[in-house]
Design a protein around this ligand. Structure first.
Ligand code: 0O2
Length: 209
């Protein structure tokens, strides 16, 4: 019996992985199409690059336990929004909001949640625009709506977040108060640079017209 249950769980998990992988492909393609169209229309690529990852079964389980979420397919799907995760690295701050708007305006996409850590950065200094989208995946038995988390940020915000993540990881999250403060200051400088780069981009664009 135990063997049967284990087999069923593994099969279920593989099915879930395949569905969420499809969700990543679906949203990635939408983003690539938007970027290409933007380039033709406005001679500018809003997206610098896209990264994506499927949350590992271990990470899903760890998150479920830490948040007291029952480990059933339905409950995991309802409560863990980042099984399918996409990170969109944009060139400028305006691009972040433009891409988010164009994506969420599409008929088959529903915006479930939006957290704007650019307008309201986290205490750490972290900046990004987080969206949870509901996207239909067309399976043989019909469409299945799933959640995909999209994190949008600029190259500068990504530079900060990647290094800060590695620094925290190295020290098991035990970062001293003065290092925390320095990281917050770096985040502020980065936000200022982003603004300056945006202004230069806008100015040059106007001059070209
Ligand atoms: P990973 O490996 O990136 O997936 P939840 O998403 O449910 O855990 P919450 O508070 O609703 O919790 O999520 P939040 O804070 O909106 O987004 C969480 C994700 O944002 C994190 O995912 C990170 O990717 C990123 N993030 C949030 N805060 C910080 C920060 O201070 N520094 C950095 N570098 N990244 C941050 P995970 O699941 O932690 O990890």
């Amino acid at each position: 019996l135990a063997k049967t249950t284990l087999y069923e769980n593994v099969t279920e998990l593989l099915r879930m992985q395949q569905i969420y992988e499809a969700g990543i492909k679906e949203v990635r393609t939408k983003l690539e199409i938007l970027d290409a169209e933007f380039k033709v229309k406005h001679d500018h690529n809003p997206i610098h690059h896209i990264e994506s990852r499927l949350k590992s079964p271990e990470s899903i389980l760890k998150k479920a336990i830490s948040k007291d979420i029952p480990v059933t397919e339905r409950s995991l799907e309802e409560n863990i929004h980042d099984i399918a995760g996409i990170r969109v690295i944009c060139n400028y701050v305006d691009d972040v909001y433009k891409v988010a708007q164009l994506l969420t305006n599409q008929d088959d996409i529903q915006l479930i949640e939006m957290k704007d850590y650019i307008q309201n950065p986290k205490e750490s200094g972290y900046m990004s625009l987080h969206l949870v989208l509901e996207v239909p995946i067309f399976l043989s038995e019909g469409p299945k709506p799933i959640h995909v988390e999209v994190q949008l940020r600029t190259i500068a915000m990504d530079f900060w977040a990647s290094l800060e993540h590695k620094l925290k990881y190295k020290t098991d999250n035990n970062v001293s108060d003065d290092v925390k403060k320095e990281l917050q200051e770096c985040a502020k400088s980065i936000a200022e640079i982003d603004l300056k780069m945006q202004n230069i981009h806008n100015r040059l664009n106007k001059e070209r017209v």
